[in-house]
Design a protein around this ligand. Sequence first.
Ligand code: NAD
Length: 255
Amino acid sequence: MKLKDKVALITGASRGLGLATAQLFVEEGAAVICVARASLEEKIFVQEHFRASPKAGYRRVDITKPEEVKTLAAFVQERFGRLDVLVNNAAVDTIGSVEDTADEEFRRILDVNVYGLFLVTRYLMPLMRKSGSGSSIVNVASNIGLMGMGRRVAYTTSKGAVIQFTRSVAIDCAPLGIRVNAIAPGAINTELVQQFFAGHADKGFRKQVEGWHALDRFAEPLEIARGILFLASADSSYATGSVLSMDGGYTIGKW
Ligand code: NAD
């Protein structure tokens, strides 16, 4: 088991990639605190999911609210006294060019994807310091944090920021023995993506977007979760400040 007796916290773990990562971490021996700003229905779903496991719990937290993040940190301190792995996965997405993205919408995306990530990292850091050497932070970026995309100005800006945040925090944390890395997935077959394409007028559009990836398909959540596990575990002990592309060949440029 790659995370035996480790304490891990995953944001955005009510569904999609975060939930798949939480399941994998539990299988690998970690105690997992699942955090999300989810509806009651999603909370019940997560609880159902982990009913058989005493090693996973759910906390409803809006990561853009400093007081809620501080309360989360106090809970982890009281319950576990340390934190070995932090996965900053929660994010929101939007579509729009610079002209048709409303001011408040741009701010909303940056608020969750960048400011929220900053708050969680900042207030959980004292607990990671207690774990010290061997602890790991994994930030979920995106293939389109590494390259541009039309009509995605707010989201791509935020994911580019996640990558630069990762590099700078990795330098600050190296003397503490805390590694900090990012993963940059291509499209993942999550509920969000399924709903997007189901609601799209052009029924051939999904096939077209799959074709932008050299492997000609979307990732399953577990395939990306395995990359997060690699960065979270001692298997990646010499990696810090790195960006792991797991995008089916999207960023190598197919054409
Ligand atoms: P999702 O929309 O299914 O889940 C997002 C999670 O974030 C949910 O649990 C939600 O409750 C949580 N969340 C949103 N705002 C929050 C807030 N303010 N406070 C706390 N939690 C909040 O997303 P997903 O498709 O599973 O994507 C997960 C990660 O992977 C994101 O960082 C996303 O940008 C990245 N990513 C996704 C894809 C994809 O194709 N799905 C591709 C590349 C990168």
